[in-house]
Design a protein around this ligand. Structure first.
Ligand SMILES: O=c1ccn([C@@H]2O[C@H](COP(=O)(O)O)[C@@H](O)[C@H]2O)c(=O)[nH]1
Length: 239
């Protein structure tokens, strides 16, 4: 059974997977913070770092800093504190870093006046059950997602990164007030690229995803703005 989610503000998070700030800013110049949020990941952050994030925040965008921290608790807590200083909207860690690490990250952010949302990656959308088996996890991908999401929730974080395939199941197990952030979004006609657990924007929204992280289907489209608008319209139509 499909459900309708109500999220304040834009649900589309455009993944700015570009090799430098100039390229990213060329696209950003076309975008409106009322239409989408932005995600900065490893490549762009390593190249363009704090000045770029400052620029995006100054232009009014909610920024998801997708650095997926995974280290010992003290290191992750310090990294989260440093990332929060950038004024970003959302940060993440890997749930597989464990409960002590996630609680340390949460506690570090709770000291702040207006902390960013803190979420945890469950199982990367580029992985399926056979990939989990190859790293010694003998469990279906969706079972592993549920287990890590329950752990994340028990540690007081705000939500998880999962695929939209698990959204309906997670809603049933975890409830409503927990953000489901879903990459692995693909338009029906497009290829999956390196993603294995994919769903269309409309199906992801219907399944209960709060935020849809979309990179290449927008950024590598012949007309990125038209692609963003088409996805936005399709979400409004199904609402
Ligand atoms: O499980 C995960 C976690 C993060 N990502 C990131 O989302 C985008 C997806 O980009 P596409 O081009 O739409 O595939 C990318 O930045 C990943 O690093 C993810 O895909 N899966």
């Amino acid at each position: 059974m499909y459900r309708q989610r109500i999220v304040a503000g834009p649900r589309i998070i455009v993944a700015l997977d570009f090799s430098d700030a100039a390229e990213a800013l060329k696209l950003v110049a076309l975008l409106d913070p009322r239409l989408c949020r932005l995600k900065v990941g490893f490549e762009l952050f390593v190249r363009a770092g704090r000045p770029l994030v400052d620029t995006l925040v100054a232009r009014g965008f909610d920024v998801f800093l997708d650095l997926k921290f995974h280290d010992i608790p003290n290191t992750v807590a310090a990294a989260c504190r440093a990332a929060a200083e950038l004024g970003v909207w959302m940060l993440n860690v890997h749930a597989s870093g464990g409960a002590t690490m996630m609680r340390a990250a949460r506690d570090a952010l709770m000291e702040l006046d207006s902390p960013p949302m803190l979420i945890a990656v469950t199982v990367l959308t580029s992985m399926d059950t056979s990939d989990l088996k190859s790293i010694g996890i003998d469990r279906l991908a969706h079972d592993q997602v549920v287990e890590l999401a329950k752990l994340t929730r028990s540690c007081g974080l705000d939500g998880v990164v999962c695929s939209a395939h698990e959204a309906e199941l997670l809603r049933a197990v975890i409830g409503e007030d927990f953000a489901l952030v879903t990459p692995g979004i693909r338009l029906p006609a497009s290829t999956g690229d390196d993603q294995k657990r994919v769903l269309s924007p409309v199906d992801a929204a219907r399944a209960g995803a709060d935020y849809l992280v979309i990179g290449r289907p927008i950024t590598r489209a012949p007309d990125p703005l038209a692609s963003l608008h088409a996805i936005h319209e399709s979400l409004l139509e199904q609402a």
